[in-house]
Structures are given as C-alpha cells and as structure tokens.
Write a protein that binds this ligand. Structure first.
Ligand SMILES: C[S@@+](CC[C@H](N)C(=O)[O-])C[C@H]1O[C@@H](n2cnc3c(N)ncnc32)[C@H](O)[C@@H]1O
Length: 312
C-alpha cells in the first residue's frame, strides 16, 4: 500500500477505539431502520505508522525503537460489524488519496468513495445538499456518522453549522484544545488578523476576544501609557468551557468530552459527540451510546501506554 502516514501514539488508538465502539453501537442500533453512512473528511491514508520505544527494566529487554503500522479510521470503518451501507472518505493530500483508493479497492462490493477536497468544502457541499438538508428530501431515511479528525483547528464553524442544520448526523469532533490555547497568545498585542480570523472561524463568534482578554493592572510608571496592557486572563478550562457552550448553542446534544492526554498534557484533545436530531428519543439513544463509549475509554486515555508520545 502506498503513502505511509506517520502520526499519533497510544492516545490515537484510544480515540480510534472510541470511534469504532460508537460505530458498532450506531450500526447495530439503527442499521436495519435507516440507510447509514460513514463520513470521514480527514481520513488520512487508512493506516497509521508509528515509531515506538519498547523495552526497559520492566520488560526485561534493552530499550529499542520499532516501527509499527495500525489500521486508521477508514480501514476500521470498512470492517465495522454490522456494516455501514455507504462510506465517504476525504483528504487533501495526493498520496493520502491514492492510499485511500487502494484501500477501498479491497472492498469492491461496498459503496465507498474517496474525495480529494478540503474537509470544510466536502462537508458543507455534502450536507448542504437537499438530500441531507431537506427534512422531506430523498435522504429522509438516511443517517450519518461523521468523524472530524483534524490535526489542528481546521474545522470551521460553518462546517459544524451544515452538520447541525441537516439534523441527521451524529458528529464526533476532535477539538484540539492545545492548539486553540496556543493561538490565544498571552499578550493581546500579538493577536494578528490571521489568528483573529482563524479563532473566529473556530469558535463561531468574535466574542472570545472580550471574554478572554482583560486589562492588566497598570504599574503606574511614567512610560506605562506605552505598554500594551491587555493580557489573556482566561484559563485553559475557561477556554474549553467557552467552546463547549458555543457547541451547545448549535447542537441539541453535546456529550461530555472524552479528554485525550498527550505526554504530560491531560486535556490536549477533547473528543465530543454531538447531534441535532430533533427527536428526543433519538437523542436519548445517542447519549446512551456516547456515554457508554466515554466511560469505557476515559480510563484508557490516562493509561501510561496512551500517554506516551510517538517518537515520530
Ligand atoms: C489526524 S490525520 C487523520 C487521521 C485519520 N483519521 C486516521 O485515523 O488515520 C488528519 C488528516 O487530515 C488531512 N487534512 C489536513 N487538512 C485538511 C483539510 N483542510 N481538509 C481535508 N483533509 C485535511 C491530513 O492530510 C491528514 O491526513
């Protein structure tokens, strides 16, 4: 298979195990009643390569580095049992698309398509189509599980809006809290137009700026008028809460986050399940599945094997 994709570590497996567990719940719960789609606009190559350190005193072996390859989200989705009826995989990278094409070629019997597009255009195009967006359209009997698995802050608010508006998607969204906090420089003067725009598109509002930054008390010196006084006063937890409140304004159901720790950072990523299904009974079922998954993987996400950072 072409195109190796080096990324992630133990926490990546926890994330993908959680998505696989919810997929099985989803297909088992509604697969006989609805036409069910798996949609993965950040699909990568279908596999993940990782260099890992093994050995050490507890394993009774000298330290060494080994290369391992794991199934990625696309390969896992194709083997979920009971199965999805349709698959749509996307990515922007040419080599990743080629590897995904090779993967789906192993499943000629499945309706699996690979789309080279920016994930935001892909999702807004697909779920903005009347098939999904019209409550009485041809997609009335269809439901989708959408996995948004970016590296950073690539998912734009308008993409989440398209998914919320269609009311037929269970969305698993990997929010990168570390990346959001990194964009929010401590010093207000360092927020340039590019950062501002990216953060507005991520949070779905420009109100974060007034909320997160406040005047630092003046030192009162002669040159104090020259100081840039605004500093970020919001903590990481407050930033996460703000984002979650925004998500709750868009989706009727937002799960508690499954925090994924990387190295010493406890809540590097927050994995959310969200749905805007108008039927309370359907939302209760989604919440049941999501809570089961989150409980199951909360412990695993803090196990030492999950915390380990990839060597590359
Ligand atoms: C974290 S990886 C996804 C891993 C994949 N879900 C898996 O389990 O193997 C993120 C992927 O998104 C792709 N990507 C980055 N920006 C993108 C964009 N704007 N639209 C679509 N894909 C993008 C990258 O090429 C990369 O393959």
């Amino acid at each position: 298979m072409s195109g190796e994709h080096w990324f992630g570590a133990g926490w990546t497996e926890v994330k993908l195990n959680a998505i696989s567990a919810y997929s099985t719940f989803f297909t088992g719960a509604i697969g006989r009643k609805f036409d069910i789609w798996y949609v993965d606009p950040f699909a990568g190559t279908g596999s993940r390569s990782s260099e890992e350190e093994v050995g050490g005193i507890f394993e009774g072996e000298p330290f060494s580095t080994i290369e391992k390859r794991y199934p990625g989200s696309a390969a896992r989705a194709l083997t979920v049992d009971p199965p999805f009826h349709h698959f749509r995989f996307g990515d922007t990278k040419k080599q990743h698309i080629q590897a995904l094409e090779e993967l789906v070629a192993f499943y000629p019997e499945k309706d699996a398509k690979v789309i080279r597009k920016d994930a935001n255009d892909f999702v807004r195009g697909m779920f903005g189509d009347p098939f999904w967006s019209d409550p009485n359209g041809r997609g009335k009997g269809s439901r989708a599980l959408v996995f948004l698995d970016p590296y950073g802050l690539e998912v734009k608010w308008s993409t989440l809006e398209a998914l919320a508006n269609c009311q037929k998607a269970d969305v698993w969204f990997l929010a990168n809290l570390k990346a959001a906090v990194q964009q929010l420089s401590h010093d207000h003067a360092k927020l340039d137009d590019g950062k501002r725009r990216a953060l507005c598109e991520y949070f779905g509002t420009d109100q974060w700026e007034a909320k997160f930054y406040s005047e630092a008390p003046s030192g009162g010196g002669l040159l104090s008028f020259m100081d840039e006084r605004k500093k970020r006063s919001a903590s990481k937890a407050e930033i996460a809460d703000f984002h979650r409140n925004q998500l709750e304004g868009l989706f009727k159901y937002v799960s508690p986050p499954l925090p994924l720790a990387v190295g010493s950072v406890d809540d590097y990523f927050l994995l959310y399940c969200m749905s805007n299904n108008p039927a309370p009974a359907a939302r209760a079922l989604i919440a049941k599945g999501a809570n089961w998954v989150i409980q199951k993987y909360k412990q695993a996400s803090h196990h030492k094997s999950a915390l380990r950072e990839g060597v590359r």
